[in-house]
Design a protein around this ligand. Sequence first.
Ligand SMILES: C[S@@+](CC[C@H](N)C(=O)[O-])C[C@H]1O[C@@H](n2cnc3c(N)ncnc32)[C@H](O)[C@@H]1O
Length: 227
Amino acid sequence: MPVKMFIGSPEGLERRRIPLGALGFYREQVLPRLVDRACGTRALQHWRAEVTEDLSGRVLEIGFGSGLNVQHYPPQVEVVLAVEPAAAARRLASRRIEAGSARVEHVGLDGQSVPLDDASCDCGLSTFTLCTVPDPTKVLSELRRVLRPGGRFHFLEHGISPDPSVAKWQHRLDPLQRRLADGCHLTRDAVALVKQAGFVVEHVEQRYAKGPKPWSWFTLGVASNPT
Ligand SMILES: C[S@@+](CC[C@H](N)C(=O)[O-])C[C@H]1O[C@@H](n2cnc3c(N)ncnc32)[C@H](O)[C@@H]1O
């Protein structure tokens, strides 16, 4: 029998009442903890340190998750405006936010519709989130709207490999991955998406990280919002 449960944070975010059956329980309670483990490995720390380097001012972070980037924000960051739908991830993030020195405010639940004014942020950040959001084009268009002209978008994503044999496996595994990992795709091309959204890509690094190749083709990039 489905259990009624609140999702959303008690700190002023919209609260939604949803029927929490087995699938809802997996998505809301189990998956954020699995993602926290999988994305919180030591091997990923240097990637996180690199992508957050040079962030400054007001930073919009899409898919804030359990706050695994918090320890890496440089001192020039004035405030991180976090968008994250999963209540369990926000709860996991709270101890990292308390332990960190940066100010973090949860401002929304969906990167496809961000409750911030136009041109009100200096930087955007996404780590392993463009793979998961339902419509990355909408998210990137929201980011462009909210970033000031000349503002920078920093991203770190896994995605489609340039090796045909790996890409073939990624396409095969994609339906299962999407089911098990709440919509996470193995086959998205972050650089192409960022360019299509109208950003100017300034810097890109791509290589295999540690781990099975279908999940390990990483892209780290910085793109600017044209003036
Ligand atoms: C693989 S996790 C990455 C979390 C975190 N960025 C990290 O690096 O550890 C993907 C995140 O995207 C979030 N997400 C899913 N749909 C979203 C949406 N529409 N808007 C914003 N975030 C979303 C998920 O809840 C999850 O926290």
